[in-house]
Design a protein around this ligand. Structure first.
Ligand code: ADP
Ligand code: MG
Length: 391
């Protein structure tokens, strides 16, 4: 796959242009789905806890039209070759690479009993790939929306995240939770999505940056992901073992008021710190939700920064590039800043006064140059809507 870091023009126009170029025809419609950032609640998902993602104003767009049943053709502006598969070569493992995200959605729909229409698809995206902003869920959600509409399938929005997650888990083979697909599909503009990972209940929480005179910066650290898979598995194992030792189904069941007592029952300092992160992080999500419900957006800053300290010191999932972005943003006046995503690289969120966004960005860029780190990426985002048909 060739990656083009900067693609000119509006993403929806590029999807249409890609469709015309590849198929010499007009698309029947265009569907978009956003990347996402988790505002707060890291490594709480597999502990049955709480997360609070919001959809990004960066989107993936699919231009699509039907074609005879049983054949799917897909091209992406980021790939040199297009991909074609039929109903006969849909078994997991048959389509690999980036095409697996698309074939996985077709497969998961069919597994769920839906008669998926054949289709031609052309994909364009502004979501950076592999930066932790969930370009994978954006792709799945946009393809799913297109196929559901083209086929007139009866699949309500609340059931779509599970299906897209199945595509990613069982077809692509990536063991992700339900957060990414829930955000890409169910988020609302001007809101964050409060998701209880145990019950999968969601609630839309007002998160209006504009009204508060604030802006959200995303800094892409561009740090290489160091041992992320192995470290993720180790954190997960640690949490599961701790829950076993404490005799609870998951760490979500350790009340923050009973944290000290719980820590006293754990055998070693490392496990104690892992547990402290998860339990206090769940509480920070609840506290953030309470502040946002009260329209106190500005006041969530310390919770974001507290979350970062907990990830750095207790869960030990940050890297120097990430810590530098957080420290520099705070020193330059950010109200709060934290790494977002699973860790060992990825992006930092900085909540800033709208008027100081440029100064914070410049400070982070200068600090990276001074330390000899590769230049970070920057984008200002706002809470955008989830997947939808454009036209
Ligand atoms: P993230 O979801 O954090 O961006 P992942 O590794 O989960 O990172 O997903 C990235 C992968 O998703 C890419 O390597 C590619 O296979 C696929 N992908 C996402 N968006 C596109 C796109 N627009 N075109 C082609 N493939 C894409
Ligand atoms: Mg992903």
């Amino acid at each position: 796959m060739t990656t083009h870091p900067v693609l000119a023009g509006d993403v929806a126009d590029r999807a249409t242009a890609g469709f015309r170029q590849r198929y010499a025809a007009e698309p029947a419609g265009r569907w978009a789905a956003p990347g996402r950032a988790n505002l707060i609640g890291e490594h709480t998902d597999y502990n049955d806890g709480f997360v609070l993602p919001f959809a990004l104003s960066l989107r993936t767009v699919v231009a699509a039209a039907g074609q005879p049943d049983g054949v799917w053709t897909v091209c992406s502006e980021l790939a040199d070759e297009s991909i074609e598969f039929t109903a006969d070569d849909l078994a997991p493992g048959r389509v690999t690479g980036w095409g697996a995200y698309v074939a996985g959605v077709v497969w998961a729909l069919r597994e769920a009993g839906y008669a998926v229409p054949g289709a031609r698809l052309a994909i364009a995206s502004d979501v950076p790939l592999g930066s932790g902003l969930s370009s994978s869920a954006a792709l799945e959600a946009a393809v799913l929306a297109a196929l559901v509409d083209l086929g007139g399938l009866d699949l309500p929005a609340e059931r779509r995240p599970r299906l897209a997650q199945r595509a990613e888990n069982a077809y692509v083979g990536a063991p992700t939770g339900i957060m990414d697909q829930s955000a890409a599909i169910r988020c609302r503009a001007g809101h964050a999505l409060f998701l209880d990972c145990r019950t999968e209940e969601v609630e839309h929480i007002p998160f209006d940056l504009d009204a508060a005179g604030l802006a959200m910066l995303v800094v892409d650290s561009r740090a290489p992901h160091r041992h992320a898979d192995g470290e993720y598995a180790a954190r997960r194992r640690s949490c599961e073992q701790a829950a076993d030792l404490l005799g609870v189904p998951a760490l979500r069941d350790v009340p923050v008021g009973g944290l000290d007592a719980a820590l006293g029952r754990l055998p070693d300092d490392e496990t104690r710190r892992r547990v402290r992160h998860v339990v206090t992080e769940d509480q920070r999500v609840l506290d953030t939700v309470a502040l946002l419900r009260a329209s106190r957006v500005r006041d969530i800053g310390p919770l974001l920064t507290g979350s970062h300290a907990s990830m750095r010191d207790d869960f030990e999932i940050t890297v120097p590039e990430i810590d530098l972005a957080v420290e520099t943003a705070l020193a330059a006046g950010a109200l709060g800043a934290r790494m977002t995503g699973g860790g060992f690289g990825g992006c930092v969120l900085a909540l800033v006064e709208a008027a100081s966004a440029d100064a914070v960005t410049a400070a982070v860029t200068a600090a990276y140059a001074e330390r000899g780190f590769a230049a970070p990426g920057h984008v200002t985002v706002w809470p955008a809507p989830g997947a939808s048909r454009l036209d």
